[in-house]
Design a protein. Structure first.
Length: 430
């Protein structure tokens, strides 16, 4: 998928800048073009990969201000007033090459949180291509006022796009921008010499820990390697059958709100050396489930690697939120050496996503771009419950009660509020 990128605000501009740099470093094919929109000249001046002619500064009617000081309502007004200048910047993009627009912004910021929904609304009215949003949540330790502003920006932004992808990382600072760019590229930049669709990978039997792609029977039909080995284990194995017709677009079409997350499972080289030449054990198989589950719960990579695989696979681990996320569709990208992603591990991960998360549509890619780390990049679409967003709603509710608005449910509720419930109780920006 080729994207036309519009970064709104400081963080939005930085993410777009990092995406352009990442795309150039990896041979192109993801970014059709990019512009950056901001109310502060200094912010766009620091960009390196977005051309100077593609940087749009708005808010000339407020010369005494350098930015909007976190006021997302003011930012929405400025974006609406200077919409012609923003659309003139969009005209610089080769939109005829783009499969979709991606508007990027920090939901907790002023310029991005207020300006991005205005830009998205204009694009939706002018173009027939999908308009997606990428919203960056504030840091987990952000105050309740920031959480409330973020909730207002979120419910406004999600209304104006075909699907809003929310990154569940911990804000965007420094190297985090490059990390987010890598996650976005993993999801939207499928294909390439090191990538195979999950459906094709399964059709050919997957890859077992001994490096074989399965064996052929007398008719020439590919048969999974474990099925040809007369395995005496009588436990029923769920065979992973990803939806062949699944694409990133069809997954995003499953719902208005999506979440993007990542988990990594580091391993030592000597472990991989022992894995070569023999079949994967239950531990290696369930490690795939572990990294997918960590990504679904939005666990920071720094916390990955200390739990028992059995406890994670069976749901006995109590260190995570008690309720798994709930979603309609999933796009799963596994990147790592073949021995780190045995086929049955992906089988079990698929079963966990369908049974515990409730997804009905699964697609994705299997890649080997080098390195000794198994990385899972997970896009869940049509989400109704995500622990990271539940925390945001809780903080926003506390702020609304402090302001005398009791419409948002309190933190002691047994059922977390859905996006629709929050949208009915949080005033949109416009």
């Amino acid at each position: 998928m080729e994207l036309a990128l519009i970064g709104v605000g400081r963080v939005g501009g930085l993410v777009v800048d990092a995406l352009v740099a990442h795309d150039r470093a990896h041979g192109g094919g993801l970014v059709a073009g990019a512009i950056a929109v901001d109310t502060a000249v200094a912010d766009v001046a620091g960009l390196r990969s977005v051309p100077a002619s593609h940087r749009v500064v708005v808010g000339a009617a407020y010369p005494a201000r350098a930015g909007v000081d976190g006021d997302n309502e003011l930012a929405a007004s400025i974006a609406a007033e200077d919409l012609d200048a923003i659309l003139a910047g969009v005209d610089c993009l080769p939109s005829h090459r783009a499969d979709a627009f991606l508007v990027v912004a920090a939901l907790g910021g002023g310029t991005g949180g207020g300006g991005a929904p205005v830009v998205a609304r204009a694009l939706t009215r002018l173009f027939s291509r999908p308009v997606y949003g990428l919203g960056v949540l504030p840091a987990r330790d952000a105050d309740e006022s920031t959480a409330y502003d973020t909730a207002r920006s979120l419910v406004t932004f999600v209304r104006e796009v075909d699907s809003l992808v929310v990154d569940t990382g911990d804000g965007c600072h420094g190297s985090d921008v490059s990390t987010l760019a890598r996650r976005v590229a993993a999801v939207f930049g499928g294909g390439g010499p090191h990538s195979r669709p999950l459906s094709a990978w399964q059709e050919h039997g997957g890859v077992d820990g001994d490096g074989r792609d399965g064996v052929s029977d007398a008719s020439g039909k590919r048969e999974p390697a474990d099925a040809a080995s007369n395995n005496s284990n009588s436990e029923e194995i769920a065979v992973f059958r990803p939806d062949v017709a699944a694409t990133v677009s069809s997954v995003l079409a499953a719902g208005r709100l999506s979440v993007l997350s990542e988990a990594r499972l580091p391993a030592e080289r000597r472990l991989f050396a022992r894995l070569r030449g023999r079949r994967p054990t239950g531990r290696e198989t369930m490690a795939v489930v572990r990294v997918v589950r960590d990504a679904a719960f939005g666990v920071s990579p720094s916390h990955v690697g200390r739990w028992s695989v059995r406890r994670v696979a069976t749901g006995e681990d109590t260190s995570l939120a008690s309720r798994p996320p709930v979603a309609e569709a999933a796009w799963l990208v596994l990147d790592g050496p073949p021995e780190t992603r045995p086929r049955h591990g992906v089988d079990y991960a698929d079963r966990w996503l369908r049974d515990e998360v409730g997804v009905s549509l699964v697609g994705g890619d299997v890649r080997d771009t080098g390195g000794d780390t198994l990385t899972c990049t997970l896009l869940l679409s049509g989400v109704r419950h995500v622990p990271r967003l539940d925390d945001l709603w809780t903080a926003a509710a506390a702020q609304s009660r402090r302001a005398g608005d009791l419409r948002l449910p309190g933190p002691d509720t047994s059922v977390p509020p859905t996006l629709d419930a929050v949208a009915e109780t949080v005033d949109p920006l416009f």
